[in-house]
Design a protein. Sequence first.
Length: 557
Amino acid sequence: MTSLWRLVGLFRPHAGWIALSILISLASLLANIGLLATSGWFIAAMAGAGLAGAAINYFTPAAVIRTFAILRTGGRYADRLISHEATLRLIARLRVEIFARLERIAPAALGDLRSGDVLASLRGDVDRLEQVFLRLFAPLIVALLAASILVAALAFWSAALAVAAALIFALAGFAAPASSALWARRPSRAVAARAAALRARLVDDLQGLAALQATGADARHFDALERQMADLLAAEADVARIGALGQACVGATVELTALAALALGAGVVKSGLIDGPQLTGGVLTALASLEAFGGVAAAFAGLFAVIASAERVFGLMDRRPVVVEPARPAPPPQGFDLKLHDVSLTFPGAARPALRNIDLDIPEGRRIAFVGASGAGKSSLSDLIVRFRDPDAGAIWLGGVELKDLPGDVIRSRIVVMRQAPHIFAASVARNLRLAKPEAAEQELWNALAAVEMEETVRALPQGLDSPVGVGGAKLSGGQAKRLALARALLTDAPILFLDEPTEGLDPDAARRILGRIIERSRGKTLLLATHRPAERAAMNEIVTLDGGRIVARRLV
């Protein structure tokens, strides 16, 4: 329940909107009850007056009925506006907070998660939390307030009727749905967990669909998805069955209250304390109370799924950053030479270090090729110099200032890394490029694309630079997506570029032409390449060979 109370704490900045929404919802509900009760009383009173041949003032009741009708209609409309405004404000704040937190701790603190796991929390779990006010707190609070007001109103007619209504409301209206929700606790949590697992699996399978189809493993993965979907539907069916029982108890609340009003009210009528039309109004008041309890069963039924989603969201937000920003940052360095002294790095849970005793001086403007088999430590080295991770031992300096004393944004404004599998966002070509340089003019974008031989491809797209590239660059080929990421890296003003296999997947002639443009555009900058291509090694000033996390050879070209 800690996560639930923490979720409630997020409502505090929007307490005014929430309180106003609850008050309007309550007023609309009471107006509807008053409308039905007054209409019933008025019809019964008119019938009685007609049979007795007595006169009756019908102007006042008619005006009251119209007033209740206007309040009900206007209140429901205002309630929708204000309750959704409160909800959207809360969710906007929650989404921004989650993304800002992920941005601070990524990528190292999220290394054990699949992209689908993160997406499941950002979409599925947050979407479930989006309903927490509309579907959980508001119905329960409004039902409690309405029940209290109805019991107080019935007490004016009969204390016994008020006590009976209070017991029925407490037992059938609240306790029974709450008990059914406790019964549904396990399947509710199973629904949330299986839905998150299904989303994560679906994202991973879609991202790797081409590889699955190429290897013939797609059928097996589709079967697994179908099994997961069947498990989710089974859990949802369990929750629905238990929820139906809770809803039946809520429906019984109304019937029992109406029967109690008839049984106890008949004696009150005989005693002369109330008349027949008033009894009719009381019975209809009990029937109209269904609206007050209509959302209670669903609120209790969804409680534990909400708690499960909240636990996952807050678990994501509470991950500790692997790299801690300096409390007193050093001034930004004036130079951009790099120095690594006795640097070692071991990933959590790894049997052996990824890097061991690395000593390396990289003067400004140097071009260095890092070579070695996969797993030799090239990508780990790039993580360290851009400070996605800190070394376990040793130190790294940029322009004479130790990296741990510099804020991350200062480091990454001077060092840009393009990974071997760069991420392409589901946005336009231009927006993907401007991530590197937001103020870049259109001609600069075309120049960067021309450098990687993507200009003609983009000009042929229906919307040119504004053409969407799809999720992960799905509308582009693998080579085109890689070149778009390379153009983004070349567009930056950072003085140090670390490019991991920048021409992988290109034919030798295209790779040679693009390498020449990379060198031309990085003139005056430090260019670091992780590569297997002999031509790229030959174009560098120095070749550093890594093996098992160690520098085993250095050779000037």
